[in-house]
Design a protein around this ligand. Structure first.
Ligand code: FES
Ligand code: FE
Length: 450
């Protein structure tokens, strides 16, 4: 068991470099993070009809996600209960049954073992098929059409798991009648630890003007002023948010669609804003016009306003398989959806300009820790800590600007809590006090600054 206190100092805003390179840490993550959290699987609109399925990953486990005849969605381990072969090799499709390619066991869309070759002659009619269905994922639920699964039956419900983040997500998941994903996902391999892109997307407004200096100049538009940190706006330019279960985001006010040359998206959002205000109030109407870099803990990231939506599937401590969809609102016209997809692919598709910039840094942040001396070092996420605070109207802990590391700190606070907790009951016991180390950290930072 790893000593989590050696890895994360929550109030100090410091992490060990071992979090990016350590087989022992990784094995514990598979069990305690990916084995316990709600993990994104697909969007309901991608499997609308009975028998529609996609294959997905939950951590390193392959799963099969299937729309049932009664309209519900079930998920199963994509592993044959006979000798463990992968039952379904397709990425997506429609099927009444899933038949294993090895010896031909056949499972219904509900996961039950329906038939097996030579049942009478080889098993003498004595085989109990009811016992050998595909292993179901304990919990599957959908939040505003976004489908998640969880292996841990003790986990809180999906709305409880999203917690304060659900309040924020509703801004674009519910404000104008819902959002959906355009698939199938693009897929690529990055040689980095899964937490490097997760922390980057959840909270790194700092790198935009530097890592992406050339790309944002080429893209043009209002964003290009950030290139080389030339015109970084500070006061009231945005916020950072972190929440109970490590979800969070940074927002740049009025940044929606800024990465798009075509103004159609910004015009659409401005037209829709009064609808969001009437339904969800002024704060979320303001958030609706922002650009968000965001994460749903542990490994689901998205950029609202650029509209890329990603899963970083872990493949060992130093490799991930990246899956990328485009996020669109249902109310958008087909032409606008096409334009948003095009821009999302240009920027954060597999060969996107900004994706390529980030990839190299993410790989190097990981592989530099191959050296054991390097790995003993620490990493700093203290930016903006001095301003972390509660807000009378906004849930969670709020950082004063979008360039800060509030959501990094919240991500690792919950990561450390989960890695240490023996079960969800132990996590629940901290519900009333989860903000304390972050607030304590802010007080410490104020002391440092004084
Ligand atoms: Fe699937 Fe034998 S391993 S039928
Ligand atoms: Fe980036």
């Amino acid at each position: 068991m790893v000593d989590v206190n050696q890895l994360v100092d929550v109030a100090g805003g410091v992490q060990s470099k071992r979090v990016f390179w350590d087989q022992e840490v990784y094995e514990q993550e598979l069990d305690r993070v990916f084995g316990r959290c709600w993990l994104f699987l697909t969007h309901e609109s991608l499997i609308p009809n009975a028998g529609d399925f996609v294959t997905a990953y939950m951590g390193e486990d392959k799963v099969l996600v299937v729309r049932q005849r009664d309209g519900s969605i079930k998920a199963f381990l994509n592993s044959c209960t006979h000798r463990g072969n992968q039952v379904c090799h397709a990425d997506s499709g429609n099927a009444k049954a899933f038949t294993c390619s090895y010896h031909g066991w056949s499972f219904g869309m509900d996961g039950a073992l329906a038939a097996l070759p030579l049942e009478q002659s080889a098993y003498y009619g004595k085989f109990d098929k009811a016992e050998w269905g595909l292993r179901p994922v304990a919990k599957v639920d959908s939040y505003r059409g976004f489908v998640f699964g969880c292996f841990d039956p003790q986990a809180p419900s999906l709305p409880d798991y999203l917690g304060e983040m659900g309040w924020y997500l509703d801004t674009w998941m519910d404000g104008t009648g819902g959002a959906e994903l355009v698939g199938p996902p693009m897929k690529s391999i990055l040689r980095c630890n899964w937490k490097v892109p997760s922390e980057n997307f959840i909270g790194d407004g700092y790198h935009v003007g530097w890592t992406h200096a050339a790309a944002i100049k080429v893209l043009g538009g209002p964003l290009s002023g950030l290139a080389g940190n030339a015109e970084i706006p500070f006061d009231d330019a945005g916020l950072q948010v972190t929440s109970r279960h490590g979800h969070g985001f940074g927002v740049i006010w009025d940044g929606v669609g800024l990465i798009h040359n075509d103004p159609a998206y910004r015009i659409y959002a401005a037209e829709k804003q009064p609808e969001v205000a009437a339904k969800l109030g002024d704060w979320r109407a303001k958030l609706y016009m922002g650009h968000w870099n965001a994460g749903i803990f542990p490994n689901c990231s998205y950029l609202y306003g650029t509209n890329t939506f990603k899963i970083w599937n872990p493949r060992g401590p130093n490799e991930i398989e990246v899956w990328t969809w485009t996020l669109v609102e249902k109310a958008m016209s087909p032409e606008l959806k096409r334009e948003v997809v095009k821009q999302a692919i240009h920027s954060f598709g597999t060969a996107g300009t900004l994706e390529s910039d980030d990839g190299e840094n993410m790989e190097t942040c990981t592989w530099s820790n191959r050296g054991p001396q390097t790995r003993r070092g620490r990493m700093n996420s203290q930016m903006g800590q001095v301003n972390d605070t509660e807000h009378p109207e906004l849930p969670g802990i709020i950082g004063k600007n979008f360039i800060g590391e509030t959501s990094y700190r919240g991500f690792y606070r919950f990561w450390a809590e989960l890695m240490e907790a023996k079960d969800w009951a132990a996590v629940r016991a901290n519900d009333a006090t989860w903000k304390e180390p972050l607030i304590k950290g802010a007080a410490k930072a104020q002391g440092r600054a004084a």
